[in-house]
Design a protein. Structure first.
Length: 201
């Protein structure tokens, strides 16, 4: 077994993983209690982040220990990151279709408070992960976390519109738009990853 580099990359991913777990639990409970599908879409994205971080930790550990080909490991992780986003987007769309024709009311204040805390958590996670090595794993994970922060801001804006108009259907429309954003993100990760260096440097 060949030891390569240090465990700095893996340690950063562990920190981000614990932050994401806290956000996932908070937003999971919040989306259920608030009945917000937009917040649920953000939660689905965080779930994708959390799973991607587990994979990133495994890849970083394998690279450190010299187990397997680094480029192939990182490329596989890149594709898994993308698939997780596509899966989360599909999940949200299915939930949205299930709500069509069924009246619902969103607890907007709760939705916005939970989203605001989640946004701060995502920003903190991004500040941790952005310092990592420039490789496919890092680029994919950085995009995951940053896009989730932007998505949280979009959910906050959605809550503001609902408060101003009283129209809960805005939540449904926002959820579908955010699902489209996640799908685009999957393609972006693959495109950027294919144009990036797979190795750490």
């Amino acid at each position: 077994m060949t030891i390569r580099g240090c465990l700095c990359e893996r340690n950063r991913y562990w920190i981000v993983l614990w932050i994401s777990l806290g956000i996932l639990i908070l937003q999971g409970v919040g989306s259920y209690l608030s009945k917000s599908l937009a917040l649920f879409s953000d939660t689905a994205h965080v779930f994708g982040d959390f799973t991607a971080q587990l994979v990133a930790i495994r890849i970083a550990d394998a690279v450190y220990r010299g187990i397997g080909d680094e480029e192939q490991l990182r490329k596989r992780g890149m594709w898994l990151h993308a698939v997780l986003l596509w899966g989360a987007a599909t999940w949200v769309v299915i939930e949205a279709l299930g709500r069509i024709g069924h009246p619902f009311t969103v607890n907007t204040p709760l939705m916005m408070w939970v989203t605001a805390i989640g946004a701060l958590g995502n920003l903190a996670a991004y500040l941790v992960v952005r310092k990592g090595e420039q490789n496919v794993t890092h680029l994919g994970l950085s995009w995951h976390v940053w896009s989730d922060f932007l998505q949280s801001l979009a959910v906050l804006a959605t809550g503001g519109l609902i408060l101003m108009t009283g129209i809960s259907t805005i939540d449904l429309i926002a959820a579908v738009l955010l699902a489209g954003y996640m799908s685009w993100g999957g393609f972006k990760i693959v495109c950027v990853g294919n144009g990036a260096h797979a190795h750490s440097h």
